[in-house]
Write a protein that binds this ligand. Structure first.
Ligand code: SAM
Length: 321
């Protein structure tokens, strides 16, 4: 009798169509409200960075220290400078009101006020983050010029043509319907308005290169509570249908995800010593409340994907036609 190997090479599915079937919005809430094991990573990172304000991977050039609040601010500035350059040439140049879609714990919005003098309205779907953001704005004495609402990116609670500036920083990855998000941005953005966003992108040829890569990819999106990721090409396609014109796109993986990958590699290497791992596990629990085993799983899944160039990090700047 002939025996067939049933574990076949996966059918080639465009990366942006590969879905995390177990994804649920409650997982996103859990990750950002300390009620899901994936939140332990943020507690771990809070030893170096202000994770109660900033939830993005940052941006650092060679020689700049990365695991620090300054790297979050560099990413925000990178987006803000491109956005404000476009804005300076627009008919709305005098309007300094920014909408921050998925504003997290408010660090970026507060910084937009302090550094760039913008008035900011933020929306986020996670109650913990919206409350924390309001608390941060009040503490930094920028409230009510910087204020936050609860809201969903694919159903923005604003009238048509409300804003001349919009950004969304490292959040679209979590949105289950990115075309709906972009069409909402297009709806609430004034004609001639400017928009920027940062997002994780799947690298099509790496994701689909082998059965093993597909498993690594599935694990990565599961760990980050991501329903699916777009690719550069799928984003270009959607944008062509929204009335948003792409002015500039930069892949900046070497300035953030490659650094994260290096740090993940170091963490995994150090974890090989059982003695060191167990000592650090006790210390971490006491210091931050995080469970090192959960951090380990997160780091391993991230390293496996990042180390083979499966995920890119893109910055997009657009204008509304
Ligand atoms: C990685 S954090 C980034 C937060 C912030 N932009 C920053 O840079 O610090 C992602 C944020 O997206 C929010 N989020 C996820 N899905 C959302 C949705 N459908 N609508 C609005 N916010 C969402 C989460 O609650 C979380 O605050």
């Amino acid at each position: 009798m002939t025996m067939y190997n049933l574990k076949l090479f996966p059918q080639h599915i465009p990366a942006h169509q590969i879905r995390n079937d177990t994804w649920h919005l409650g997982d996103v809430h859990g990750q950002y409200s300390y009620s899901n094991p994936h939140a332990d990573l943020y507690q771990y990172l809070s030893q170096w960075s202000d994770m109660e304000s900033y939830l993005n991977v940052g941006y650092s050039r060679p020689g700049q220290y990365h695991l620090h609040t300054s790297s979050h601010k560099r990413l925000i500035n990178r987006l803000a400078h491109g956005l404000l350059d476009l804005h300076a040439q627009s008919v709305h140049a005098g309007d300094r009101h920014l909408l921050d879609v998925a504003s997290g714990r408010g660090g970026a919005a507060v910084y937009a006020r302090q550094r760039h003098g913008l008035t900011v309205t933020g929306v986020d779907i996670t109650p913990y983050n919206a409350q924390r953001a309001t608390h941060n704005a009040q503490q930094k004495q920028v409230w009510p010029q910087v204020r936050f609402n609860m809201g969903s990116a694919d159903l923005l609670p604003f009238a048509d043509n409300s804003f001349s500036l919009i950004w969304s920083i490292e959040s679209p990855a979590h949105f289950p319907n990115k075309p709906a998000f972009l069409s909402e941005v297009s709806r609430v953005l004034k004609h001639g308005g400017c928009f920027t966003f940062a997002d994780l992108l799947a690298v099509e040829k790496v994701v689909n290169a082998s059965d093993e890569n597909r498993q690594i990819y599935d694990r990565f999106i599961e760990m980050w509570d991501v329903p699916y990721l777009e690719t550069v090409d799928s984003y270009r396609h959607i944008l062509g249908e929204t009335g948003l014109r792409l002015q500039r796109l930069e892949i900046v993986t070497e300035y953030n995800l490659d650094i994260l990958n290096r740090d993940c590699g170091l963490f995994l290497w150090l974890s090989k010593s059982k003695w060191l791992y167990n000592q650090y596990k006790k210390f971490l629990k006491q210091r931050t409340g995080a469970n090192l085993d959960n951090v380990y799983e997160h780091v391993l899944a991230s390293y496996n994907a990042l180390n083979i160039g499966m995920i890119d990090y893109g910055l997009f700047w657009l204008t509304r036609e």
